[in-house]
Write a protein that binds this ligand. Structure first.
Ligand code: XLS
Ligand code: NI
Ligand code: NI
Length: 436
């Protein structure tokens, strides 16, 4: 008896299919810009929402029906759940998954017990990875749920909590390495503050940097040579998180000499909470050569919190895939569905509908973005807008051949700058719509 016996492998059936359990756009073998869709998108399922999310919210308990869970926090139940998760990944055709240490295995009474519980489940994860060929996109440590982390982990005012977090991350990196993980993520859920009057921000940020350097050193020591990711988020659970947005993360990494070891893992709903668009965050990271991976989801513009919905908006997925292609594509990272089904969508089959729909939306985004690039009209229009930099004065400035002195002389002589051309925003937007 399997957990999803009514579902077989989800296949590509093309845009006209009416089968709700089929892909209309995601054909993993279709080649786009010389690479299969599977390799472009590197879809990943998150363990925390999809296999641990119960649908609770601040006003009520969980609603989700998960018949494979026996309701206990035992290691046996966790092992069984892991096998169910792999049945899901396999039937969905997702090549990757991602987890926090405490998603997959129960926390023990002591750190040693927690490590042992984790090892017992990692054993099953390894077997299932081998059986199915599904790989680990990244691992991470949950440094925010347990009450010990109430003041933060690496930025806690309690030095022993910092030490405990170090021990937990050490183990999580080792386990990620053991499972052949393609990366490791740091999301600083409580690395921030609720009140500035009780907070020594400079000291906390120095502690965070020290913590991350220790992580880099440990990865080197054990031969884990995969990228580390920082995942920006401005708030929730804290009022202010130090890793607020892509620009704040880059500044922090640069200030503390961590930039060579980290790339960014960008999440749509975090971008919108920061008052940015995902498109903006992707451009900021991409321009800095630090675009690593994405947590694919979306928020609700009418609700001000991290609702982590599955993205189905083609305009959004097109922006994501256009920026990703522009900056060289995903290599170690992936399109990781850090998204949860709604509390009202409580049946196991909803997990399939949610992932299938968003995979199709990203596949369409990829195809549209590739068509835009192949056509070249947008790139040409952007290039034309910067025409004054292609030769003459602009090219000389870019080549470093000018100073305030020389430019001042030039403009005193000319008296006025050349006339501006229209920005044509509306035309640009119209052109984008022609590809959708
Ligand atoms: C929470 C974050 C979290 C990270 C992993 O908002 O998105 O799920 O992706 O710790
Ligand atoms: Ni999030
Ligand atoms: Ni995330």
């Amino acid at each position: 008896m399997t957990a999803f016996s009514e579902v077989s492998r989800i296949n590509f059936e093309g845009p006209d299919s009416r089968n709700a359990l089929a892909f209309r756009y995601y054909d993993e073998n279709e080649v786009i810009e010389g690479k299969s869709m599977k390799d472009h998108l590197r879809f990943s399922v998150v363990y925390w929402h999809t296999f641990r999310g119960q649908g609770s919210d601040p006003f009520g308990p969980g609603t989700a029906l998960r018949p494979w869970d026996d309701g206990t926090d035992s290691v046996e139940n966790a092992q069984h759940r892991a096998r169910v998760a792999f049945e899901f990944f396999e039937k969905l055709g997702a090549p990757f998954y991602a987890f926090h240490d405490r998603d997959v295995a129960p926390e023990g009474a002591t750190l040693a017990e927690s490590h042992a519980n984790l090892d017992a489940v990692v054993h099953v994860l390894k077997e299932e990875q081998q059986r199915t060929g599904v790989r680990l996109l990244w691992g991470t440590a949950n440094l925010f749920s347990h009450p010990r982390y109430m003041h933060g982990a690496a930025t806690s005012c309690n030095a022993e909590v910092f030490a405990y977090a170090a021990a937990q991350v050490k183990k999580a990196i080792e386990v990620t390495h053991e499972l052949g993980g393609e990366g490791y993520t740091f999301w600083g859920g409580r690395e921030g503050y609720q009140c500035l009057w009780n907070t020594d921000m400079q000291r906390e940020q120095e502690h965070l940097a020290r913590f991350l350097h220790m992580a880099v050193d440990h990865a080197k020591a054990i031969g884990f040579d995969r990228p580390f990711y920082i995942e920006p988020k401005p708030k929730e659970p804290t009022k202010h998180q130090y890793d607020s947005d892509a620009a704040a993360c880059l500044n922090f990494l640069r200030q503390y000499d961590l930039l060579p070891y980290f790339k960014l893992n960008l999440e749509t709903n975090h971008a919108t909470l920061a008052g940015h668009s995902m498109h903006h965050e992707l451009e900021v990271a991409g321009a800095a050569g630090a675009l690593g991976s994405i947590d694919a989801n979306t928020g609700d513009m009418l609700l001000g919190w991290d609702t982590d919905q599955f993205a189905t908006d083609i305009y959004l997925t097109t922006q994501c895939m256009h920026a990703i292609l522009k900056y060289g594509g995903l290599t170690t990272g992936g399109v990781n569905f850090d998204a949860k089904v709604r509390r009202e969508s409580f049946e196991p089959i909803d997990l399939f509908y949610a992932h299938i729909g968003s995979m199709d939306a990203f596949a369409r985004g990829l195809k549209i973005a590739a068509a835009m690039r192949a056509d070249g009209r947008l790139a040409q229009m952007v290039n034309d807008r910067y025409g004054s930099w292609q030769s003459g004065l602009g090219a000389e400035i870019e080549a470093g051949q000018h100073s305030f002195e020389s430019l001042s002389m030039l403009m005193l002589d000319k008296g006025e700058a050349a006339a501006n051309a229209s920005g044509r925003q509306e035309l640009f937007e119209n052109v984008i719509n022609q590809y959708l």
